[in-house]
Design a protein around this ligand. Structure first.
Ligand code: PMP
Length: 428
């Protein structure tokens, strides 16, 4: 067999070839009876969206089966420009202020490739959606991490994601002349934290002061609870010109498999995203873009009305969140009540004694716990340490993340597993 004597792997892949999702998705598929691990709804997208897809697929316009405009199907960029123009209170040009991507994932990839040079520093707030780190590294950049620090809640209350906050001095200390970009993810995966106006102003002031770009991952923008408001950092003073907003139809319309995402921002930034897009995927699936465009058309017509999906979905998910909070609290797996997203992080400290510890392993405890749980209890969740950099993983190793965008029956089945486990623990 002919083998090349030199390494086949490009240097930019060194150290990023391991990925938690490969392991945990496989474990969940093999062992789980109840999967609250990976973030996707197990309920269908709304009927109006599925119908729009079917119309696009089998309607008379057979050109919807062919390539469309590379930077976004004309109807979709038009609807996104109208919709986000309304939200941001500014006129958006569909051709230059919006670009459609293969999910938010590709939007992130375009941003890092377009803005980050060899040696540039990129500030990432921990815990973070795990792909930010390898994407920065692949672009030749240096991730610089700053953690949200948990504060104990008052009066024996359950902890909230709002109790996890940036230390302003610590955040400021991370900005230097090497900093090029900060990545913001509000509402935040995995914690569900919805950054307050004050917190966003702190970040915005530092961006303006140091002339830094902001990649604002807002894929969970509609999933905010308890009357909280999702504030777009691009709407703060000095931020529009330096911010790329990233969104996802997967999260917005509960259709993660469609992989339709987008970026919204000033042309001075988006023109460079177009260069990456042009030279990588070039084009996204036309039929899915057409259907998402029609979904936005409907949501624009029903904006703020009770029938709007963007009103109904968070209402439904808030009930599911409350249900899972109660169920976890009842068994002593202390939930951190999320203000947004469809994720919930819970403290596993009280369950630690059940799971054999392997002291000489450098795998974080929560990771071993989550693997043990799926194999022995059939319940899949994701360890929180997966959302931290290597150096900080072991500081946050007694939490796991659950996804609650699930049918009632799935959440009930999870509850049954936890209740049974609890009973086994308390039995003499
Ligand atoms: N950003 C965040 C914070 C996410 O949680 C996800 C999906 N889990 C993405 C981006 C990627 O979204 P998409 O599925 O649209 O590529």
């Amino acid at each position: 067999q002919a083998k090349m004597s030199r390494p086949v792997q490009a240097r930019r892949l060194e150290g990023i070839d391991k990925n938690i999702w490969v392991d945990f998705v496989k474990l969940a598929a093999t062992y789980s009876t109840v999967n609250l691990g990976q973030g996707f709804p197990d309920f269908p997208p709304p009927d109006f969206l599925k119908e729009a897809f079917m119309r696009a697929l089998s309607g008379e316009n057979h050109m919807l089966h062919q390539y469309t405009r590379a930077f976004g199907h004309p109807l979709l960029v038009k609807m996104l420009a109208q919709f986000f123009g309304k939200l941001l209170g500014r006129d958006l040009d569909p051709m230059t202020n919006v670009m459609v991507t293969v999910g938010a994932y590709q939007a992130l990839f375009c941003c890092f490739q377009a803005f980050v040079d060899e040696g540039d520093e990129v500030i990432i707030i921990e815990p973070f959606f795990d792909c930010y780190e390898p994407m920065v590294k692949m672009a030749g950049g240096m991730p610089v991490f700053v953690p949200l620090r948990p504060k104990a809640p008052k009066d024996g209350k359950l902890m909230s994601s709002a109790d996890w906050q940036l230390d302003p001095a610590e955040l400021a200390s991370k900005f230097s002349e090497r900093t090029k970009v900060i990545v913001l993810n509000s509402p935040n995966n995995p914690l569900g934290k919805v950054f307050s106006r004050g917190e966003l102003e702190l970040i915005a002031d530092l961006c303006v002061k140091h002339d830094i770009l902001c990649i604002s991952d807002e894929v969970y923008e509609w999933l905010v609870y308890d009357g909280k408001e999702h504030i777009r950092i691009a709407s703060l003073r000095g931020m529009w010109d330096r911010t790329v907003i990233i969104g996802s139809a997967g999260k917005t319309f509960s259709a993660t498999g469609w992989k339709v995402g987008w970026t919204v921002g000033p042309n001075r930034l988006l023109q460079h995203l177009r260069t990456v897009h042009q030279n990588s995927v070039y084009h996204c699936a036309t039929v899915a873009q057409e259907a998402v465009a029609q979904g936005f058309q409907r949501e624009l017509d029903l904006y703020g009305k009770p029938e709007s999906y963007f009103i109904q979905l968070p209402k439904l998910l808030q009930q599911k969140r409350d249900w899972l909070v109660q169920s976890l609290d009842a068994v002593g797996m202390k939930p951190i009540v999320p203000e947004g997203t469809y994720f919930l992080v819970a403290d596993i400290s009280e369950f630690k004694s059940d799971v054999p510890d392997v002291t000489d392993s450098d795998e974080p405890y929560d990771s071993r716990f989550a693997k043990w749980m799926v194999k022995n209890k059939g319940l899949a969740a994701i360890p929180l340490s997966a959302f931290y950099c290597g150096a900080h993983k072991n500081n946050y190793d007694h939490f796991i993340r659950f996804c609650f965008a699930k049918e009632e029956a799935t959440l009930k089945a999870a509850n049954d597993i936890l209740q049974k486990w609890r009973q086994e623990k308390t039995r003499p």
